[in-house]
Design a protein around this ligand. Structure first.
Ligand code: NAP
Length: 276
């Protein structure tokens, strides 16, 4: 007997769906029968994936409350209902190449000093060099974006008394990571936001969960040249994950298979961090 598609009849919005994990989620959601709305910062990027999955493209910067409001107004008037929101849009440290380069070099030197048993004379000194601008942008895209999109999505989901929100955290939100204080703070905030919102909206039949990926092969991790062997060494599976490792986890959380799951953090990470 043919299996029913796991997301049949569901309409899903994936933010930052024009690349990386979000794009792969869009593909798997489509295969599983969902109608996919692809958001991204740039319309062309969103359109390319939307075309691939027979969905619709919506450009908006998730850190801009007004732009998010306008996007959801369009979703409300054009489509009516929304079953799944994936708060996936995000940025890494690649926005500041100079800071990243200096940091990676220091990280590699410090690792060499540790391996050779010598005293540690190279210090990472990342946070003292972090600008207000880098800090605020990181929180704005991840934490504000997750809040703005969730708030607007709930205006559609609350009257439905149904829905599902999936927030992209990271193992960095719990395990921490040197040279990523702003990213870790944003991701830790997202995990706490997830638990709070899950308790609030459970009475409406809305589930809220987080994914906390380990290191996955996307544009975001492509700058991790010096750190890559260290990450692989610290991962029991000895490698980075693939976008599908996260996309399938998102399909599960969005599906009715996860109907008893709320306020949880699911962490496909190759064993890097064994408890969330
Ligand atoms: P990615 O390949 O860089 O893709 C992120 C997408 O989000 C890009 O299309 C990007 O657009 C878009 N975006 C960035 N800022 C945006 C904004 N303000 N509004 C709307 N869209 C925006 O990254 P990824 O690796 O797929 O990461 C996706 C999510 O997973 C992020 O939240 C990330 O923190 C999280 N995560 C990733 C990893 C990993 O190892 N890859 C691990 C843990 C968690 P542009 O490219 O046009 O800027």
């Amino acid at each position: 007997m043919a299996m029913q598609a796991r997301l049949a009849g569901k309409r899903a919005l994936i933010t930052g769906g024009g690349a990386g994990l979000g794009a792969q989620m869009a593909r798997r959601f489509h295969e599983e029968g969902a109608e996919v709305l692809v958001n991204d910062l740039h319309l062309e990027t969103a359109e390319a994936v939307a075309k691939e999955v027979g969905g619709s493209a919506l450009a908006a910067d998730v850190s801009d409350s007004g732009a998010v409001g306008a996007m959801f107004e369009r979703i409300g008037s054009e489509f009516g209902r929304l079953d799944v929101l994936v708060n996936n849009a995000g940025i890494g440290v690649e926005g500041n190449p100079e800071l990243t380069k200096n940091f990676n070099q220091r990280l590699a030197r410090q690792a060499e000093e540790a391996m050779s048993g010598g005293p540690i004379e190279t210090h990472l000194d990342f946070t003292v060099e972090l600008s207000d601008e880098d800090w605020l942008r990181m929180l704005a895209v991840h934490l504000n974006g997750t809040f703005f999109c969730s708030r607007e999505a709930l205006k559609l989901m609350n009257p439905q008394n149904s829905g599902c929100i999936i927030n992209l955290g990271s193992i960095m939100g719990t395990a921490g990571g040197a040279g990523l204080a702003h990213y870790c703070a944003a991701k830790g905030g997202i995990l706490a936001f997830t638990r709070s919102l899950a308790r609030e909206v459970v009475s409406r039949g809305i589930r809220v969960n987080a994914l906390a990926p380990g290191f996955i092969e996307t544009a975001m991790t492509s700058s991790l040249v010096e750190a890559r062997p260290l990450i692989e060494g610290a991962t029991p599976m000895g490698r980075l994950g693939e976008p599908d490792d996260i996309a399938w986890a998102a399909v599960y959380l969005a599906s009715d298979e996860a109907k008893f799951v709320t306020g949880q953090t699911l962490s496909p990470n190759g064993g890097y961090h064994m408890s969330q």
